[in-house]
Ligand binder design. Structure first.
Ligand code: G3I
Length: 329
C-alpha cells in the first residue's frame, strides 16, 4: 500500500522520557526539562525486577516511588518497564531450578508490583526483548533466557495474565528492539512479534500494545513501508503501537556535532513518517532527555572518541534539531 503523507501528524502524540534514579538528586535544571516538555515521566531502571527485589528477602520500592511520585506531583503520567527481561533477572531467581517455583515467583512478583502501582502507571512493558536477537541466524524465534529455559514460551502468557490480574486498567505491552529497520533479519523479528500477539490472543490473554524501543542507528536504514505494515497489522489485531526508548546511536555518523545532529533529525523524521503514515502512535518516549546522560555513552561510545549525541537535548540542556522537528509535527 502507498504511504500516505503524515495526515495524523497535526494531532500531538503524548511525549515522555525515562529518568535514571541517580539523577533524582540535585539536577534541578535537568528535572525541570521533564516538567517543561513531558507528558509522561518514567523510571528508566527502578522498576526492573533485579532492582525491585535484589534478594528474595528485600523489596526496594523507594527509588521507583520517587520517580512515579515526581511524575504525579507534576501532573505527568508514568509507565512501568519491565516485569520480564533477560537483563534484569536477579541471581537468586536464576538459581531456582524448579519450574513450579519459578512460576510462583514470577506471578508473585508481577502481582505484587502491579498491584502496588495500580492507578499510578498507565501501563507496563510486561515482557521486554523476548524475541531472539538474530532469529534467522540462530534458527529460533525466542531469546534463550532463564525464563524460557525454565518455563518455556508459556512464561510470556503467564506474565501477561498476572499483569492483567494485578492491574486490570493498565495498558499491557510487549516491548522489543530492532523492529524499525530494513532487511530479512528485521522482517523476521516483526513477524515473530505479530505471532506472539496472535498466540496470546488465541489463548484469550490480554495484550494491548507493542512497544518499539526506537533505538535508531545512524547506519541502519529505517523501513518506512515495513513499519507502516506492522502498524496496520497490529491495529487489525486491536493492538496499539508505542515508541518506548527513542534515541539515536550515532557512533558511525560523521565526526562533527552538526552532522551528527543533522543525521539524527533526518532519522527521527523518517521514523515518524513511518509511524504516522497510518495513524499516530499512542505514545512517544525518549530514553533520557539530554546527551549528557545516556547509556550510549557507556555502552556504544564513538570509536573516534567524540561525544555521542543521542537525545533531544544537548549536554547544556538546549533543544537540538530533532526535538525542534518533533515539536513541529
Ligand atoms: O547508579 C549506579 C552507580 O551508582 C554505579 O556506580 C554504577 C556502576 O556500575 O552503576 C550505576 O547503575 C547503572 C545504571 O544503568 C545507571 O543508570 C547500572 O549499573 C546499569 O546496569 C544500568 O544500566 C541500564 C541498563 O538498561 C540495565 O538495566 C541503563 O541505564 C538503561 O539505559 C538500560 O536500558 C535498556 C532498556 O531497559 C531495555 N532496552 C535497552 C536499553 C539500553 O540497554
Amino acid at each position: 500500500a502507498p504511504i500516505r503523507p503524515a495526515l495524523a501528524a497535526a494531532t500531538r502524540v503524548p511525549f515522555g522520557a525515562a529518568i535514571q534514579n541517580e539523577l533524582m538528586n540535585g539536577q534541578t535544571a535537568y528535572r525541570q526539562l521533564f516538567v517543561d516538555h513531558c507528558d509522561l515521566v518514567m523510571p528508566m531502571n527502578a522498576l526492573k525486577f533485579n532492582l525491585l527485589r535484589p534478594t528474595e528477602a528485600t523489596w526496594n520500592f523507594a527509588p521507583a516511588d520517587r520517580v512515579v511520585d515526581f511524575a504525579m506531583a507534576n501532573g505527568k503520567t508514568s509507565r512501568g518497564t519491565c516485569h520480564v527481561w533477560w537483563g534484569a533477572t536477579p541471581d537468586w531467581v536464576k538459581a531456582i531450578e524448579s519450574p513450579s517455583e519459578a512460576e510462583r515467583v514470577l506471578i508473585e512478583h508481577i502481582e505484587r508490583v502491579g498491584d502496588r502501582y495500580k492507578g499510578k502507571l498507565i501501563g507496563w512493558d510486561v515482557v521486554n526483548e523476548v524475541v531472539a536477537n538474530d532469529p534467522l541466524y540462530e534458527n529460533r524465534s525466542l531469546r534463550d533466557t532463564y525464563w524460557l529455559r525454565t518455563l518455556g514460551p508459556r512464561h510470556i502468557a503467564i506474565a501477561f495474565k498476572a499483569a492483567a490480574n494485578a492491574d486490570p486498567e493498565a495498558q499491557l505491552a510487549l516491548n522489543d528492539y530492532d523492529l524499525e529497520f530494513k532487511g530479512p533479519h528485521y522482517d523476521e523479528r516483526r513477524t515473530i512479534v505479530l505471532s506472539i500477539v496472535r498466540q496470546l490472543q488465541d489463548a484469550n490473554i490480554r495484550i494491548d500494545a507493542v512497544g518499539m524501543q526506537g533505538h535508531l542507528y545512524a547506519d541502519k536504514v529505517i523501513d518506512v513501508e515495513a513499519i507502516d505494515r506492522f502498524h496496520r497489522d497490529l491495529d487489525a489485531l486491536g493492538v496499539k503501537l508505542l515508541v518506548t526508548e527513542l534515541d539515536v546511536i550515532d557512533c558511525k555518523s560523521p565526526p562533527d556535532a552538526q552532522s551528527q545532529d543533522k543525521t539524527a533529525a533526518a532519522l527521527v523524521s523518517r521514523f515518524l513518517d513511518a509511524l504516522f503514515a497510518f495513524k499516530r502512535p499512542e505514545l512517544l518516549v525518549c530514553w533520557g532527555l539530554t546527551d549528557r546522560y545516556s547509556w550510549i555513552n557507556e555502552v556504544m561510545p564513538r570509536p573516534d572518541g567524540m561525544a555521542s549525541r543521542p537525545l533531544p537535548f544537548d549536554r547544556d540542556l538546549s533543544p537540538k534539531p530533532w526535538f525542534e522537528m518533533l515539536q513541529k509535527r
